[in-house]
Design a protein around this ligand. Structure first.
Ligand code: G16
Length: 542
């Protein structure tokens, strides 16, 4: 029986960079989840007998919300839900399923790289029929609905169990519980030359993949160990846990320090990688070198043709605005389009759908292609392995030859976390107020050539996004970008992105901190970071 339950709106259900993210206790407030889900269903409004994909990264509270989503989908007219066994689906696997099965959309439960557990973070995101995150016009409409909601619809019977694969029903709706890994692993096998990668691994090439106790464990084990022959134990921390083993499933130098340490040893593995909570981010480490996400994007774009899926070449590339301009140089050489979008994977969807770009990426450890409409951690690992299998060079040699061909873009992101929101907003506002007078000003040896607040007009549908980050560009092309994160759940996180291009190969081995030292100090003085926040050091440098 379909029940209509009266509810009251919450005023803080505005989706951020990637869906609604809050602490678990916040989500546990009465009807908080139900309100948001009903707002999604009311907005997309096309449940009639259609298919909906449901799954998440397995963090604490995942199963409860999967069960609620199943009951609400049944009450909102869907004909079928496809649910990952145990409520598990990595974000790229969910995107793939939506596309492959012609679903109307998907409910993806994840707070990505944020910690989990009873006091950790949780998140709900809606993906549209192309498999990608809902664009701004839909997320704004969802937010509007949350502010006026008066009731939600839910099926009175409990959700059928989803711990085992099989078909069940709830009212008129079919609940199809699937193996979360199989379709995704098959897709990877279509894109890449598994034979060549298998030969590389069989030749003694050692791989270590850190799944950080998050969702990619089963995916990486099936693909790297079972299908590609990597030794058992090549996937570490491979068992997904509700609290990620108490860790922080963010594949960066701080939280994946063990992996990096391992790869810095002379007798360490040849290739190391890690992914995040929901499997869409990646970290690539070669023996003796950590690859920055911006460099990884550039190298993948330059070498993608070595993998079967991209052998005819790529149509174009896209990067988020704060991502380094390294990939632009590759695009220029290849004679293909390069697009600069706001932060958020949702901005790549139209470009991919229109065939304008094949490969996209972000400084925040995300790379992906037109095979799905999300960034994809395991995909990036496999494209790297395919390239390594073709080039027979080390990761370090590939990076260094890339720098000598295209020049090196030194790059760092400095994060100042849990700042008082008013102070963070004040800092951004002050920067914006000073933008008009900045051009021509000298700071140390650098002169500002232009300064603006980034806005983006989507070349496909003409939609405009404003206020996407303050850019200060210096003559010679060095840049400082300031923006506030849209994914945090406590206070505000200020992100400062710093980059400088170096064409002289003799200077490519410099330490990034030294190469960027002058810009780092300018970033503090122009941004008045210490003065306004009291912070003299970032919490994390990536
Ligand atoms: C999400 C978005 C990315 C974005 C990242 C960080 O990733 O999909 O596009 O780069 O957040 O965003 P922010 O700088 O606003 O915190 P994920 O992996 O968290 O879903």
């Amino acid at each position: 029986m379909i029940e209509r339950i009266a509810t009251k709106p919450y005023d803080d259900q505005k989706p951020g960079t990637s869906g609604l993210r809050k602490k678990v206790p916040h989500f546990k407030q009465e009807n908080y989840v139900q309100n948001f889900l009903q707002a999604i269903f009311d907005t997309v409004g096309k449940g009639e007998r259609e298919t909906l994909v449901i799954g998440g990264d397995g963090r604490f509270f995942n199963r409860d919300v999967v069960a609620i989503a199943i009951r609400m989908a049944a009450a909102n007219g869907y004909g079928r839900v496809i649910v990952g066994q145990g409520g598990i689906l990595s974000t790229p696997a969910a995107s793939n399923l939506i596309r492959k099965r012609g679903a109307a959309g998907g409910i993806v439960l994840s707070a990505s790289h944020n910690p989990g557990g009873p006091k950790g973070d949780f998140g709900i995101k809606y993906n549209i029929e192309n498999g990608g995150p809902a664009p701004e016009r839909i997320t704004s409409a969802i937010y509007k609905k949350t502010k006026a909601i008066g009731e939600y619809r839910i099926y009175s019977a409990p959700a059928p169990e989803f711990l085992t694969v099989g078909e069940r029903s709830l009212g008129d709706m079919t609940v199809e519980v699937i193996d979360p890994v199989a379709d995704y692993a098959d897709l990877m096998e279509e894109l890449f030359d598994f034979g060549k990668i298998r030969d590389l691994i069989a030749s003694g090439f050692k791989v270590r993949f850190d799944a950080m106790h998050a969702v990619t464990g089963p995916y990486a084990t099936e693909i790297l160990e079972n299908r590609l022959g990597a030794a058992e134990g090549s996937v570490v921390n491979g068992e997904p846990k509700e609290d990620f083993g108490g860790g922080h499933p963010d594949p960066n130098a701080v939280y994946a320090a063990d992996l990096i340490e391992e790869l810095m040893r002379d007798d360490g593995p040849d290739f190391g990688a890690a992914s995040d909570g929901d499997g869409d981010r990646n970290l690539i480490v070669g023996r003796g070198i950590v690859v920055t996400p911006s460099d990884s994007l550039a190298v993948l774009a330059a070498n993608a043709h070595l993998a079967p899926a991209y052998k005819k070449g790529i149509a174009g590339v896209a990067r988020s605005m704060p991502t380094s301009q390294a990939v632009d140089r590759v695009a220029k050489k290849l004679g293909i389009g390069a697009y600069e979008t706001p932060t958020g994977w949702k901005y790549f969807g139209n470009l991919l759908d229109a065939g304008k770009v094949t490969i996209c990426g972000e400084e925040s450890a995300g790379t992906g292609s037109d095979h799905v409409r999300e960034k994809d951690g395991v995909w990036a690992v496999l494209l790297w392995l395919n390239i390594l299998a073709e080039r027979h060079e080390s990761v370090k040699a590939i990076i260094e030859s890339h720098w000598s061909e295209f020049g090196r873009t030194f790059y760092q992101r400095h994060d100042f976390e849990e700042i008082d929101t008013d102070k963070a907003e004040g800092l951004m506002e002050s920067l914006r107020d000073r933008l008009a007078s900045m051009a021509g000003q000298r700071f140390g040896s650098l002169v500002v050539s232009e300064a603006d607040d980034f806005s983006y007009k989507d070349p496909v549908d003409g939609s405009v996004a404003t206020g996407q980050g303050v850019r200060i560009v210096f003559s010679g092309g060095a840049r400082i970008v300031y923006r506030l994160s849209g994914t945090g759940t406590a206070g505000a996180t200020l992100r400062v992105y710093i980059e400088r291009y170096e064409s002289d190969p003799a200077k490519h081995t410099q330490d990034p901190g030294e190469a960027l030292a002058e810009l780092i100090s300018i970033a503090d003085s122009v941004g008045e970071i210490k003065k306004r926040t009291g912070r003299s050091e970032p919490d994390v440098i990536t």
